[in-house]
Design a protein. Structure first.
Length: 299
C-alpha cells in the first residue's frame, strides 16, 4: 500500500498542475538565469530540465542568462582584477572582450544541455538580428566603460525562433547605433525582452527566496504580492538593498504588459516547476492589483 500511496501522491501533483498547463499553453515565459544556480552543475542540470519540461508541456520559454562570476574568474586568470562601481562591472575594452567570450561559452553550454534533452535550442546574443540596441550607461555620472542600458528591443529573431519551435538562449550583449559592443545587466535584458515580446511570465532565478516581510526570516516569504503592496513595502523600507532594483523591474514589466513576475531561489532544485505548477509556489509572484490570486494566506 505504501507504494500505491506514493503513486497517488504523484498523480495528485500532476492533477494540481493541470489548470496551470491549460492556462499557460502557448504562452511565452522569459527565464532570467544566473546567480549560484549557474555555478553548481547539479543545479544547472535541474534548471535546464525544468525549462525543457515547461517547453514540452506547452510553454514557449526564452532563457536570458548572466555569467558574472565566470567573467570575474577569467579576468583574474589573465592577470587583471575585476572592478565594480555601485554593483556594476567597470568594463574597459579588454574586459569587454573577455566578458563576451565567456558569455558566449556559457551560452553554447546551455544550448548543449538543452539539446541533450531532446529539445532544439539556438543560442544568440543581443547583437544577433539587432535584438538589443544599447546605449552607454553611467554610474552616478561616472564613465564605467562598455556597460549599456537597453534602449530598444527588436523581437523579430526571437519570434521567428519561437514560431519554428526553437528554445532561444540569449546572452546579454548588445550594440549601440555605432555598433560598439556593450555588456548589459542580465536582469535588465530579461525585463526588456519580456516587455517587448509581451511575455505572460518573467522569472528571476536569484539567490534569495523572494520577498519576505522580514528579510532575515525565510518563513516570512510573501507568495503573492500586488504592485500596490510592493510600492507600500518600498515606501516603508521593507523592500530595500539588492531586492529593490528587482522589485522595480517587476513593477516596470507588469506596467508594460507582463502578466506575472516571479522571484525564485535558484538554489532550490525544481524551483521553476514548484512555483509555476503548484497552488502556493515557493517564491514570490508579483502581479497587477486586479489580478486574481491563486493562493490566499487563509487556505
Amino acid at each position: 500500500m505504501g507504494n500505491l500511496e506514493t503513486y497517488q501522491e504523484k498523480a495528485d501533483v500532476l492533477i494540481e498542475a493541470l489548470p496551470y498547463i491549460q492556462r499557460f499553453n502557448r504562452k511565452i515565459i522569459v527565464v532570467k538565469y544566473g546567480g549560484s544556480a549557474m555555478e553548481n552543475p547539479e543545479l544547472q542540470k535541474s534548471v535546464i530540465e525544468d525549462v525543457v519540461l515547461l517547453k514540452l508541456v506547452g510553454f514557449k520559454p526564452i532563457i536570458v542568462h548572466g555569467g558574472g562570476k565566470e567573467i570575474s574568474r577569467w579576468i583574474k586568470k589573465v592577470g587583471m582584477q575585476p572592478e565594480f562601481v555601485n554593483g556594476l562591472r567597470v568594463t574597459d575594452e579588454a574586459t569587454m572582450e573577455i566578458a563576451e567570450m565567456v558569455l558566449n561559452k556559457v551560452n553554447k553550454n546551455l544550448v548543449r544541455m538543452i539539446e541533450e534533452l531532446g529539445v532544439h535550442a539556438v543560442g544568440i546574443s543581443g547583437k544577433d538580428g539587432g535584438l538589443l540596441k544599447a546605449k552607454k550607461k553611467y554610474s552616478e555620472g561616472r564613465d564605467i566603460g562598455y556597460v549599456g542600458d537597453v534602449e530598444t528591443v527588436d523581437t523579430g529573431i526571437l519570434q521567428d525562433l519561437l514560431d519554428d519551435d526553437f528554445l532561444p538562449v540569449v546572452c546579454p550583449v548588445g550594440m549601440d547605433e555605432h555598433y560598439n559592443t556593450f555588456n548589459i545587466n542580465a536582469d535588465d535584458a530579461a525585463c526588456a525582452i519580456a516587455k517587448a515580446i509581451k511575455a505572460d511570465k518573467l522569472v528571476f532565478l536569484s539567490d534569495v527566496w523572494g520577498v519576505c516581510r522580514n528579510p532575515e526570516d525565510a518563513h516570512s516569504l510573501i507568495s503573492e504580492l500586488t504592485i500596490s503592496e510592493a510600492k507600500d513595502m518600498i515606501a516603508d523600507g521593507t523592500i530595500s538593498g539588492g531586492m529593490l532594483p528587482k522589485i522595480e523591474s517587476c513593477i516596470d514589466a507588469i506596467d508594460n504588459g507582463v502578466n506575472r513576475v516571479h522571484i525564485l531561489n535558484g538554489k532550490i532544485p525544481r524551483c521553476l516547476l514548484l512555483e509555476i505548477f503548484s497552488n502556493k509556489g515557493i517564491g514570490t509572484a508579483v502581479m497587477n492589483d486586479h489580478e486574481r490570486r491563486y493562493y490566499h494566506e487563509d487556505q
